[in-house]
Write a protein that binds this ligand. Structure first.
Ligand code: ATP
Ligand code: MG
Length: 362
């Protein structure tokens, strides 16, 4: 059998995508001089950073792509690291070279949704993680920005322990369960307290929006810290097309939460798209009987107070907490469980309720 040509090898490699950047490794400039000696093909790969965590995956993709090529007997992948100059070229290739102040400024194609609450511990982060995974499962591209700088929980809930990497000065989101995420937890040692204050907090959030390669996803979900305040203000500046979804629990005094949420939304001049009630009821696993543990109907009351729809009621279910602790959100871990079914339904309701970007996706 005749040996493959170098051109044919490069052509096949064109179909190999970087697992993180979702672009052809050839177009990204990651493939060096390919050598073909008889059936022996050597592919030098230039990684964006030394010790790239996805090294093995890239190697596997290259080997898989060339393994079945007629005439190829041995595929040898060598790994090297890009020079600073190559990284800069790659970075400006990704962002088009233009210095966009915020990729989510007016005119962006992304639907931005901030998940907020009037009170801590109601399940914002759990719901954000699950909605993100649920939306990704519908085929949408989804980004998740963890704006809870002091009390971040997205890395744990999504099961990510590796640090984020940067190409030149552009940070790469970390992808898990089909969702591309950025969190302060990817940049600090676990359990080291984050002690940034006011202006630094704004700077961190600005970096998370402008210096991360979000790649214009269909949705960007933002997990907000408990309460209102500075973070909402910063985000409103950076994400001017965002709308809020407010999470509450049945027993919370709806009027008080409503007043706070409405005040926050009005202060930053962003709309509230709807309410999600969490820990609403309990379904007995043996009998399937539904118990309304907390009477109160806080979700419906809050929605009525705000004049917005109630987008879903999520049952109290140990699997939600267990899945969160295990790093696999319940919609992925146990999609048939009552909480997962409710969350998947809620994701559809959220998608239908949030305002679409003015500039329709092309
Ligand atoms: N539907 C549910 N059923 C059972 N446990 C839940 C449910 N929703 C959330 N939890 C659990 O409740 C706790 C608080 O949830 P979570 O961290 O998502 O709340 P939060 O509003 O983001 O909190 P914070 O205000 O601290 O950011 C977690 O331990 C989580 O696993
Ligand atoms: Mg949280």
């Amino acid at each position: 059998m005749s040996a493959p040509t170098r051109e044919a090898v490069v052509e096949l490699l064109r179909a190999v995508h970087d697992p993180e950047l979702h672009r052809s490794i050839v177009d990204l400039g990651m493939v060096g001089e390919v050598e073909v000696r008889g059936g022996h093909v050597t592919v030098p790969i230039r990684l964006t950073i030394a010790g790239c965590p996805l090294k093995a995956e890239i190697q596997r993709r290259v080997t898989d792509a060339l393994g079945g090529m007629p005439g190829v007997e041995i595929v040898q992948v060598t790994m090297d690291t890009m020079t600073d100059e190559e990284r800069r070229a790659l970075r400006s290739g990704l962002t088009g070279g233009d210095d966009r102040p915020s990729p989510f400024a007016a005119g962006s194609r992304t639907t931005v949704i901030g998940i907020a609450s009037g009170k801590g511990g109601v399940g914002k982060s759990s719901i954000t993680a699950n909605l993100a995974v649920a939306l990704a499962r519908t085929g949408a591209t989804v980004g998740l920005l963890d704006a809870d700088v002091y009390g971040y929980s997205i890395p744990r809930m999504m099961g990510v322990t590796r640090p984020a990497v940067a190409v030149d000065d552009l940070m790469m989101p970390i992808e898990a369960h089909g969702v591309r995420m950025m969190s302060i937890g990817f940049l600090t040692e676990e359990d080291s307290p984050v002690i940034w204050r006011g202006p630094m907090l704004h700077k961190a959030l600005t970096s998370f929006v402008t210096e991360v390669w979000w790649d214009d996803p269909d949705y960007l979900l933002v997990d907000l810290p408990p309460g209102t305040g500075d973070v909402a203000l910063s985000l409103a500046q950076l994400l001017p097309t965002a709308s809020f979804v407010i999470v509450t629990t049945p027993q919370l005094a709806a009027q008080r939460v409503a007043r706070r949420a409405a005040a926050m939304a009005a202060r930053v001049n962003l709309p509230v798209a709807g309410v999600i009630e969490n820990m609403s009821y309990f379904v007995a696993p043996d009998t399937g009987t539904r118990y309304e543990v907390f009477s109160g109907g806080g979700g419906q009351l809050l929605a009525s107070e705000l004049g917005v729809p109630l987008l879903g009621r999520i049952p109290l279910e140990p699997a939600v907490a267990e899945a969160g602790d295990g790093g696999l959100p319940v919609v992925a871990a146990d999609p048939a469980s009552p909480a997962a079914v409710a969350l998947l339904e809620t994701a559809r309701a959220v998608a239908a309720a949030v305002p679409r970007p003015v500039a329709a996706p092309s």
